[in-house]
Design a protein around this ligand. Structure first.
Ligand SMILES: *Cc1c(COP(=O)(O)O)cnc(C)c1O
Length: 371
C-alpha cells in the first residue's frame, strides 16, 4: 500500500470555477479574485483581504507595509518553515529568535520580553502545525512594549484562540495555499487586515507599486509582481466554499490517528490543542522518543510504502542565518531537540482509516526495530 505524505482535495466545484475563468477571457483581476478575497472577509470577519501568489509574498508585503527596515529587530520562532524568517531577511530586518515550548512547539511566551531591545519593532508569531499561540500573553506583551504583531497563520486557517480566528488578531495575518496546506490554490497566499493603510500598501506592493486607482503605468513605489491569477482564485474560491467540510475531515483524521496510536501504545508524542483553542490540522506530527534514529524510522516507513519527512529543521541553523547573525547549535536547545525528533506522517482530508492503520502499524514496526 502506497500512502503519500499529502494530497490536495479537489472536486468538480473547483474545476467548474476554473473553466468559468477560462471561458470568461479575464484571467487576472477578475470576478473570481474579487469573490475569493470577499470570502475571507466574510468568513473571518476582517475588513480587508489581499490575495497574492504565495504565502511568502504576503509575509514580505506585511513586513514592508509596517515599514520595517535594516536596523529593526523582530522577535520570532526558530521552529517554523523558513519563509517566516526569510521575509525579515528580505528587508535586512534582524530575526531575533527565542526558543519554543516543548509541548506546543510554538514560541515560548516567557522568553519574549527578555529578548526585547530598543530596536524591537514587532513580534512575528507562527501558529505552527495549526496550533494557535497563546495570543493573550502575546497581545499583552505587544501592548506593553508598543510592538506590532504579524501572524504567520499559513498553517492554521480556521484555528481559533478564545473563539477568535487566528490571522485576525495581530495587525496583519497571512494564510498560504501551497498544495500541502489545508486548502490550496496551487500556489498562493492572502494577507488579512482591518487597517486600510496596510491593505492599500499591500495591494500596491503586489501590483508593481501602483497605488489603488493609479494608472497602469504609474508606479508610486518599488513594487513586485505578487499577484494571484484568477485561475488560482477560482480553485481557492471552490476550496473556501468547502473549507468547513475540509477542516472537519482533517480533524476526524487526526482523531483517528490519536486513537490508533493510543491503541498500539506507541511511545510517541502528538499535538494536543491548548485549552481555549481549536486547532486546524495542517500536518500530523509525531515526536519520536529521545535516542531513536529518525532517518532509519523514515527509511523503514518508506519500505512499507509510507511517506514521511523530518519536519521542521530549526531556521537559525541554516547557513545564511549563521553567517549573518552568528546563530549556532545550542542557541535554542528545545527547538533543536524538537527538530531532531519530529516527523510528519501521511495526512490529508481524504485519507482513509485503512491507510492510517497501515501507517501506524508500520510506525510501530519501525520503532520496534529501533530498540
Ligand atoms: C507554507 C508556509 C508559508 C508560506 O509558504 P509559500 O510556499 O510561500 O506559500 C509561510 N510560513 C509557514 C510557517 C508556512 O508553513
Amino acid at each position: 500500500m502506497l500512502v503519500p505524505l499529502s494530497k490536495p482535495d479537489i472536486t468538480a466545484l473547483e474545476k467548474k470555477y476554473v473553466m468559468q475563468v477560462l471561458s470568461s477571457g479575464q484571467l487576472s483581476f477578475g470576478d473570481k479574485l474579487r469573490r475569493f478575497e470577499q470570502c475571507f472577509c466574510d468568513t473571518f470577519g476582517v475588513s480587508y483581504t489581499a490575495a497574492m501568489n504565495s504565502g511568502t509574498s504576503a509575509l514580505h508585503a506585511a513586513v514592508k507595509a509596517l515599514g520595517l527596515q535594516a536596523g529593526d529587530e523582530v522577535i520570532t520562532t526558530p521552529y517554523s518553515f523558513v519563509a517566516s524568517g526569510n521575509c525579515l531577511l528580505f528587508e535586512g530586518v534582524k530575526p531575533v529568535f527565542v526558543d519554543i515550548d516543548p509541548d506546543t512547539f510554538n514560541i515560548d511566551t516567557a522568553l519574549i520580553e527578555p529578548a526585547i531591545t530598543p530596536n524591537t519593532k514587532a513580534i512575528l508569531v507562527v501558529h505552527v502545525f495549526g496550533q494557535p499561540c497563546d495570543m493573550d500573553k502575546i497581545n499583552a506583551i505587544a501592548e506593553r512594549h508598543k510592538l506590532f504583531i504579524i501572524e504567520d497563520a499559513c498553517e492554521a486557517i480556521g484555528a481559533t484562540w478564545k473563539g477568535k480566528p487566528v490571522g485576525t488578531i495581530g495587525e496583519m495575518g497571512i494564510f498560504a495555499f501551497y498544495p500541502n496546506k489545508q486548502i490550496t490554490t496551487g500556489e498562493g497566499g492572502v494577507l488579512l487586515t482591518n487597517n486600510e493603510r496596510y491593505y492599500n500598501l499591500a495591494c500596491s506592493l503586489r501590483n508593481q507599486g501602483r497605488d489603488p486607482g493609479s494608472d497602469w503605468l504609474t508606479h508610486d513605489r518599488i513594487g513586485y509582481n505578487y499577484r494571484m491569477s484568477d485561475l488560482q482564485a477560482a480553485v481557492g474560491l471552490g476550496q473556501m466554499e468547502r473549507l468547513h467540510t475540509i477542516l472537519g475531515k482533517r480533524a476526524r483524521a487526526a482523531a483517528r490517528y490519536e486513537r490508533l496510536i493510543a491503541k498500539a501504545g506507541l511511545p510517541v508524542k502528538t499535538l494536543k490543542p491548548l485549552p481555549g483553542s481549536t486547532m486546524s490540522w495542517f500536518v500530523f506530527i509525531v515526536k519520536l522518543p529521545e535516542g531513536v534514529d529518525r532517518m532509519s524510522v523514515i527509511e523503514s516507513l518508506a519500505q512499507e510504502g509510507v511517506q514521511s519527512k523530518p519536519y521542521f529543521p530549526s531556521i537559525h541553523l541554516f547557513p545564511v542565518y549563521r553567517s549573518l547573525y552568528g546563530y549556532q547549535p545550542g542557541d535554542f536547545p528545545v527547538s533543536e531537540n524538537t527538530s531532531e525528533r519530529t516527523i510528519a506522517i501521511p495526512f490529508y482530508s481524504t485519507i482513509t482509516l485503512k491507510e492510517q492503520a497501515h501507517v501506524i502499524k508500520s510506525l510501530g514496526e519501525a520503532l520496534k526495530g529501533e530498540k
